[in-house]
Write a protein that binds this ligand. Structure first.
Ligand SMILES: [Zn+2]
Length: 104
């Protein structure tokens, strides 16, 4: 008995062979416009880099990964993406998704 063989095989569309399967391609858009967009990061932590700083759009408090967040006992060096899901702005208590990604 071998555990080899993917059970997913056959359930996925063939790659590059079916022109009808375009699907939404958000990757392409983000690749063309990696930064400079307005608005929040929309909860998409994939766009965040380890050193990304984010600014609260309510009170303008800035989370800097190099500093962490003493109020939430977040140690320095913690990327925004690694903050706990329940983390909120320590200054105004707004949701983390309200934060704006600052340009490098
Ligand atoms: Zn805030």
């Amino acid at each position: 008995m071998s555990p080899h063989g993917s059970p997913l095989r056959g359930s996925m569309p063939p790659e590059g062979t079916d022109p009808a399967w375009g699907g939404p391609a958000p990757d392409r858009m983000s690749a063309e416009c990696p930064k400079g967009f307005e608005g929040s990061y929309l909860g998409n932590r994939d766009v965040l880099k380890p050193g990304s700083r984010l600014e609260c759009k309510i009170c303008w408090w800035v989370f800097d990964p190099a500093l962490g967040d003493p109020q939430w006992q977040i140690p320095p060096g913690t990327p925004f993406a690694d903050l706990p899901p329940h983390w909120r702005c320590p200054n105004c208590d707004c949701d983390a998704e309200q934060f704006l990604l600052l340009p490098d």
